[in-house]
Design a protein around this ligand. Structure first.
Ligand SMILES: [Zn+2]
Length: 216
């Protein structure tokens, strides 16, 4: 099964990627992991990427694509994979399609985690981080009534990233970038949306139910 997972910030994509990949016995391939592996492994691509990151610049598409190509050519990815964080746009999606075609492969499915904006705001803007131990609590889900960490007594604060206006802005950026990608895959007939609200296990279950009909 060759799968791409997309979803907005706060949809629990990283967690679902892990569960789904392990249920399907395929490697979870995230661009974050690929970057870290290349940089810490000191590969040529890693060194190149690092020159951009050290300057605070975005790593160019060609570098990301080359890293993805290397990763997808490894042995463990030959019978399937779950991609998380790539492709990010239609141009990358077309490159991925051509790359797979060169290997006589194709994507089976693109799974979109669907959560409405207000739910994402509720999840992210309710997060409070401990200033001492870094643990994250949730005002609603952890029933936090004070602003002290239950683990160490440290003061809790709201990270700038978790502020409502920042979250809303990230959602807008996501929609702008992802909407064309999602409709590209809808046109290809391989897009399936999964309701990503509710407990983690239920979302995984829904995702697996959605995937099953596409399994060869
Ligand atoms: Zn703490």
């Amino acid at each position: 099964m060759r799968l791409v997972l997309v979803g907005p910030p706060g949809a629990g994509k990283g967690t679902q990627a892990q569960y789904i990949a392990s249920n399907l016995s395929i490697p979870k391939i995230s661009t974050g992991d690929i970057f870290r592996a290349n940089v810490s492994g000191g590969t040529d691509l890693g060194k190149l990427a690092k020159t951009y990151m050290d300057r605070g610049d975005l790593v160019p598409d060609e570098v990301t694509i080359a890293m993805v190509r290397d990763r997808l050519s490894e042995d463990d990815a030959q019978d399937g994979f779950l991609l998380d964080g790539f492709p990010r746009n239609v141009a990358q999606a077309e490159i991925l399609r051509d790359m797979l075609k060169d290997w006589s492969q194709a994507l089976d499915l693109v799974l979109e985690l669907v959560v409405d904006d207000d739910e994402v705001v509720r999840r992210l803007a309710g997060r409070r981080t401990c200033s001492q131990c870094g643990r994250i609590w949730h005002v609603e889900f952890d029933d936090k009534k004070d602003d002290k960490c239950d683990a160490c007594g440290g003061a809790l604060f709201q990270r700038d990233d978790d502020k409502e206006e920042t979250v809303r802005h990230r959602l807008e950026v996501y929609q702008e970038q992802t909407a064309p990608l999602v409709s590209y895959y809808a046109d290809e007939g391989i897009l399936v949306g999964v309701d990503a609200t509710g407990p983690v296990e239920e979302v995984t279950q829904r995702a697996m139910d959605a995937i099953r009909p596409y399994m060869g």
